[in-house]
Ligand binder design. Sequence first.
Ligand SMILES: [Zn+2]
Ligand SMILES: [Zn+2]
Length: 444
Amino acid sequence: MKRLARSLAVFATLCAATILPARAEMDVARLKAAIEASIEADYPGLDALYKDIHAHPELAFQEVKTSARLAAEMRALGFEVTEKVGRTGLVAIYGNGDGPTIMVRTELDALPMEEKTGLDYASRDKTTWNGRETFVAHSCGHDIHMASWIGTAKALLGLKDQWRGTLMFIAQPAEEIGAGAMAMLGDGLFTRFKKPDFAFALHAGGYPHGYVNYRVGAGSSNYDGLYIQFRGRGGHGAMPQRTIDPVMMAARFIVDVQTVISREKDPTEFGIVSIGAVNSGTAGNIIPDDATVLGTIRSFKPEVRAKMLAGVERTAKAVAAMSDAPAPLIQLTEGTKAVINDPGLVATAEKALKAAFGERLRLTPANTTSEDFSEFGGSGVPLMMFNIGVYDLEKWMAANKSGTPLAGNHSPQFAPVPKPTILTGVTAMTLAVLSAFDQHARGK
Ligand SMILES: [Zn+2]
Ligand SMILES: [Zn+2]
């Protein structure tokens, strides 16, 4: 017995020497309560910030006041802030010991449209856009993202004994024109500053607050622009034999190009070609010289994208050849790529978000819209982008039942309920960031 006891003691000593004490699991319930308390205490400030930004939106690369406002907030929190990164963007860094660098991104820009929500803090601001005067509105919810971004920074600083590493909070301009992420990267985002180990972003959407939607892999689509000018020979509408009719070519192209989708693309893969503008002619009895067609091409996978681009080009050329017309002018412009959510990063965040949101965390299909957050992933940073709802559940259900659903993003009626939406955004983002720090600390 004595010998057994001694060998057990030796075994115990060996175990203690070789097995590190297990790091306790993240106590999500306690952290969530702490985050909620932080938001409750800070809410008057967040509400004022949200409503001010909402009432005074700025368009892509014009976000001077918005950016300055966020810079002041982050400096007051103790972040080291660099402004004018990628024209109107900003980078805010906060070091808290050894550990990974985690990036959290918000957008800064609004849309050139009139807000029609009737809210007392609705935007009535106007600006000049492409040489024309236009109203400006935060109808995509980027103001919700900014308030959540500031709230997350505050919550993480309040919990700084829970993590070690560096926060890299970036405010990105010009998401709506798909140019801001590239502008920041081109201005040295990952060379003048440290390239982050992980990056998170969120986006508001037209469903109930308290819900968080996420995806593994593709979360948004590849976006390519289509501009085709069919060149014919104009003349009298009563003497078509003397003309080459570009309107006919445009019409054929618009119909035939859909067979690229229905006959050439794998039917189980996502792909869209939509024609949004057709411009030609001035009068009913004149066959014009040319016709232009503008459209958008969306896909999730590179091979599907390549197939569609080739099909669009071939169809346009064939349509012109069929009319014995000169070759069309074809411009297919590469837009933003699909956001690819990193499976490892998502699995880590998913665990914490599930514990916090339960059934209100939902794995959903990818969005068919596009988003330039993907550019940071293209630079080799594992990404996760998730979505949060903005409406009261009862109102949302009643509206669906009535057959007139509540407005979605880019609608003039898009009107998030600020407090519970920002609460969802801050809670989800803070827990996602904490989960990534925690996972890193476990050495996985
Ligand atoms: Zn948008
Ligand atoms: Zn947006």
